[in-house]
Write a protein that binds this ligand. Structure first.
Ligand SMILES: C[S@@+](CC[C@H](N)C(=O)[O-])C[C@H]1O[C@@H](n2cnc3c(N)ncnc32)[C@H](O)[C@@H]1O
Length: 300
């Protein structure tokens, strides 16, 4: 069994309408991708809570998956007529039936955070059985460890002195998959708590903690009571970090540490200035255009 992939070059104003017409004309699925993906001209597009939708890439590829027997020329003619377009540029590829589960799994390899901390998908053997291995599969909640913002937080947790961690109660604000709370606990934290605005993230975090045989508490941020913790990690986008600053400050004991992630280089000065009201801020740490800000809670 096989299918056809019809890949059409498109522009921002056309792409949505093109996708809709392809679906109406019998495509099994349609996706839109950056025409410059995996090149230096790749355009990062993401939205922040409260901002208008970020739109799509200026130059993109609209890919329709079709039955092997589909009349491609007829389909293209109908699409062009409906959208009043001329000379669509396209490529046609054939894809064979394959083990889709295995193909998906093959995209996720173990991730080394440090020599002693790894994130390992459940279907993989741990590269170092002696290391602290967090077993985590991609799921509905953010946080597989592959994103620089998560990686920055994990590296920060992993370099904390063990003596500090042993007595530390850790809060993971915006826990997603629970990866940071689970890592903190596995690295030796006294307790780990995670909160998230998304109920699916709370469920995923609880499942992941169970799979890792880690005791950690996860709940909805609406139920969070602002109790003070020794360490607070928050990997959320910068607009949310700005709004949540008083909550995060209240959540951190005097002398406690904070780590803030999800911040672009262009946003770091704004965040540093804002958090300086409550924290003695350290020099930013950068990775792939993202910044980790850390600090120590001042006396209120
Ligand atoms: C970028 S993910 C980080 C997940 C994980 N902690 C990590 O480091 O990979 C951000 C998480 O913050 C949550 N979030 C966003 N705004 C929030 C808010 N105001 N309060 C609590 N959680 C929030 C999102 O639902 C999401 O799960």
């Amino acid at each position: 069994m096989h299918w056809l992939l019809l890949k059409i070059q498109s522009t921002e104003p056309q792409a949505e309408a093109l996708s809709d017409v392809l679906m109406e004309q019998g495509a099994l699925s349609v996706s839109i991708e950056d025409a410059h993906a995996d090149t230096l001209a790749e355009q990062a597009i993401f939205g922040e809570p409260g901002d208008p939708p970020p739109g799509i890439w200026q130059q993109n590829i609209v890919t329709a998956m079709l039955d092997a027997e589909a009349d491609v020329q007829g389909l293209l003619a109908r699409v062009q007529a409906e959208l009043q377009l001329d000379g669509l540029k396209y490529q046609l590829e054939q894809i064979e039936e394959q083990d889709w589960v295995r193909a998906t799994q093959a995209q996720f390899d173990p991730i080394r955070v440090t020599d002693r901390l790894w994130i390992v998908p459940s279907w993989h053997e741990a590269p170092n059985a002696e290391a602290i291995n967090i077993v985590l599969d991609p799921g509905l909640a953010f946080g597989t460890g592959s994103h620089p913002t998560t990686h920055l937080c994990l590296s920060w947790l992993a370099q904390l002195p063990e003596t500090l961690l042993r007595s530390a109660n850790v809060l993971d604000y915006g826990c997603g998959s629970g990866i940071l709370a689970i890592a903190a606990k596995k690295l030796g934290a006294n307790t780990a708590t995670g909160v998230d605005i998304d109920p699916q993230a709370v469920i995923a975090s609880r499942d992941n903690a169970l799979n890792n045989q880690v005791e950690a508490i996860f709940y909805d941020s609406a139920e969070y009571l602002h109790e003070p913790f020794d360490l607070v990690v928050a990997n959320i986008l910068s607009s949310a970090l700005m709004v949540l600053a008083p909550v995060i400050a209240k959540s951190c004991k005097t002398g406690g540490k904070v780590a803030l992630s999800g911040i672009l280089e262009s946003q770091q000065q704004m965040l540093l200035a804002h958090y300086a009201e409550w924290f003695e801020m350290d020099a930013p740490i950068q990775q792939d255009g993202w910044v980790l800000l850390t600090g120590t809670r001042k006396c209120p």
